[in-house]
Design a protein. Sequence first.
Length: 429
Amino acid sequence: MRMPPPGNLEGVIDLRLLRDDPERVRASQRARGEDPALVDGLLAADERRRAVVTRADALRGEQKSVSNAVRQAAPDERAAAVGRARELAAIVKQAEAQELAADAALRLAQLDVPNVIEGGPPGDEDDYVVLREVGEKPRLDQPLDHVEIGERLAAIDTERGAKVSGARFYYLTGVGALLELALVNLAMAQAVEAGFIPAIVPSLVRPEAMEGTGFLGSHAPEVYHLTEDDLYLVGTSEVALAARHMNEILDLGAGPLRYAGFSTCFRREAGSYGKDTRGIIRVHQFDKVEMFSFTTLDRAHDEHLRLLAWEEEFLAKLELPYRVIDVAAGDLGSSAARKYDCEAWLPSQARWLELTSTSNCTDYQARRLGIRARGADGRPALVATLNGTLMASTRTIVAILENHQQPDGSVRVPKALRSYLDREVLEAP
RNA sequence: GGAGGCUUCGCCUAGUCCGGUCUAUGGCGCCGCACUGCUAAUGCGGUUUGGGUUUAUCGCCCAUCCCGGGUUCAAAUCCCGGAGCCUCCGCCA
């Protein structure tokens, strides 16, 4: 028995693109700061696999006719026929073992090569390009940070979060809890208005889902794993939304298939020791409304810009000053071909804080998950997947508390949120 | 958690007991063609997915009967493991 064909292998960049235009893949590697020589390893593995598969196919064909000969052999020739068939069976078995090894080697080589970038600036984390700044930063003589504001309002309790669950856990209470619920509702209302299918999704998923969305590669240490059940806690509803249509053929004739998923998100935050240790900027658990689109490859770029526009629309409703950056190639996840972040102003630290992020994963996830669409010619065609944060609870709360804080310690509620919160100001109880 | 039944190429289904042209049956749906004022009806043909080969078309080859192993010259069919669905029992918000 053979491994799944490369079309379903994980980590797959389009092998046809690779064969036709390896230089483009190499250029992508260079822009990411990854080794372009890995592309040649992948090419070699692909070629090797093709040769081995061709041979095994031929041997299997021969085996068919030989075992058929056994069936039809006269009684006195039967023993000899079985003998020949037995010999050939051994050769086929060997060829299939080679096939298995070649498939595995290709699979490994593919894991080394992340998605081919779509454009955007080369370089690493600091090489982003600022596309625009929107809104006015608040003028505050002595801005309080969200921890202090949250304590005064009895809205955020990090101390007891730590007592009960450890560092990077928190309680939202009173207006803090209400604020999150209001934000979730506002975000969902916007998404539904825009035609998204609202969805509440599983937070625990099987390995295939995690692997298929590309989170078990370089992100693996970030992910909580329940070994007892071999289930993973999702870090974003993207995982469950993408995997929902695993091994399906979608009908995208009527346009993109869009979900707005709500889920709790779990992140180990390994490797970020000492980073954002104060407050709820970086936590192990938060809630998020995530936009997720399935669309055709040719429409993926337009869809990406649409997701970004919806993110900005939401930030505008919250009256937050923000900027949009075009994330550099070296700072992309392995599945993303391009990524834009929206960063809100953080008055207490006088810096920008990532609030939302939208990625175009082109066919990378869909290929791993076996998701295709019925093409115009009726044959299955490749699909692109895209994701974008609409509302991540904790950081959005941080941004609102800090940017809308008043000199008297209260917090002004942005207009769009008032009907969901039933008040214009957040005050200490 | 326990017991039993089930899973076949879009949907339904034959085949599994007893291994071999299963190169998987039939129906529905869908596509094409023919016939016909139009439609309908009827007839004929086609209709899983992936890989390999081919300049390309046509085609040819290989794999695919929930998934993964095993037995065998040969597996939809036999054996082991897993997943899912259904029924009943137990437990539970």
